[in-house]
Design a protein around this ligand. Structure first.
Ligand SMILES: *Cc1c(COP(=O)(O)O)cnc(C)c1O
Length: 354
């Protein structure tokens, strides 16, 4: 069976080495040694200002919204994973959908200004498939209208934009370290911020609001990463160069093999060092997609309709439609992409698309 993704498992002995340290320390969570080691290793590897690893990639979104959006209208798009919109609603904010760019698949920056009202407090934009949003325009609008910028950068591990980590943009960027993502800790994620004050704001909220053992700074929740998660991250991180290399080769194969003008590929924004996180293709029609999907499934190949459906269709959303997002969501499919896909698998996959 060939699935859309396959979790990378580091050699078990490398994981065991970290487990032994956990047993030696007799320390499983709350500011543990491995949590700190992972934080500083990731900080160096990614070249970021401040990182706070958490227990998944959704809580950093919720905490960022709690901190910066404060119940207002939040500009976002319906072409993302459900967590982007559900977090806005969960935090009692109102999602205001702006359509996406038909080639970059991120929020269409030219349509943001028209959606800003006196109630707008933040922009929550997803760097879709690791492809950066139009950061410069978003920054300009944010300073003109005094808005906070949160990037859902769940797909962006290792992405650089104009030579700098993509996580160094916006007031907060968040990443997911879920087992299906490029770099993982089983379940996990992180918030990235640009200064100490914001770090403190996010930090206390991720730990019940504690400010020292006996004092509370404000309202918080539990989003702490455990030592077991950190151990997995520390075991996976040294393999990132090999993981990226293997994935780059798969992408290069697809790039070369998929020449049909009936298949649209992702356009990566100029100035981006991309991370080969997904290989989306967009069919001309949903019927084409369904036909190919069915034929692949019969041969044991399971690509994924991602993102589908468009988030305007969520049962708790009532807003106007975004025609481009709606159309793309119905026609997009992510092809299998993981370490260990061999040439034969790849040839079989593309045979359905040529
Ligand atoms: C995976 C993902 C999330 C959620 O991350 P979890 O770690 O699964 O909580 C949020 N946004 C996007 C775009 C994602 O792909």
């Amino acid at each position: 069976m060939i699935t859309v993704t396959k979790t990378f498992f580091p050699p078990i002995t490398e994981y065991q080495k970290y487990l032994e340290r956990i047993w030696q320390n007799q320390w499983l969570t709350n500011n543990g040694e491995l949590f700190h080691e992972l934080s500083s290793s990731l900080k160096n590897y990614l070249g970021v200002n401040h990182i706070l690893p958490m227990t998944n990639g959704t809580l950093p979104l919720q905490i960022a919204l709690k901190t910066f959006a404060q119940g207002g209208e939040v500009i976002t798009t319906p072409f993302s994973y459900v967590a982007t919109t559900s977090s806005i609603v969960w935090e009692n904010c109102t999602p205001v959908f702006v359509d996406i760019h038909p080639e970059y698949l991120c929020i269409d920056e030219t349509k943001i200004e028209a959606a800003i009202t006196s109630k707008t407090t933040a922009i929550l934009a997803t760097h879709v498939f690791g492809n950066p949003c139009h950061i410069e325009t978003i920054e300009k609008l944010a300073s003109k209208y005094n808005l906070k910028v949160i990037y859902d950068a769940a797909h962006c591990f290792g992405v650089k934009y104009k030579g700098e980590s993509i996580f160094n943009f916006g007031d907060v960027s968040t990443c997911s370290f879920h087992a299906t993502k490029l770099f993982h800790t089983g379940e996990g994620g992180a918030a990235f911020v640009q200064n100490k004050q914001d770090y403190h704001e996010i930090y206390y909220r991720h730990n019940f609001g504690h400010d020292g053992p006996l004092r509370f700074h404000g309202l918080g929740i539990n989003a702490k990463m455990s030592e077991l998660q950190a151990a997995m991250g520390l075991s996976v991180l040294p393999h990132m160069p090999d993981i990226l290399d293997a994935r780059a080769k798969v992408c290069a194969f697809y790039d070369k093999a998929l020449t049909s003008s009936r298949i649209q590929k992702l356009k990566i924004r100029e100035g981006t060092d991309w991370n080969y996180s997904y290989y989306p293709i967009i069919f001309e029609t949903e019927e084409d997609l369904l036909q190919v999907e069915k034929a692949m499934n019969q041969e044991g190949i399971y690509p994924r309709r991602y993102f589908y459906p468009s988030l305007e269709n969520l049962p708790y959303i009532q807003t106007k439609t975004c025609p481009i997002a709606h159309s793309i969501a119905s026609r997009v499919m992510c092809l299998p992409l993981y370490v260990g896909l061999n040439k034969e698998d790849l040839k079989k996959i593309v045979s359905f698309l040529c």
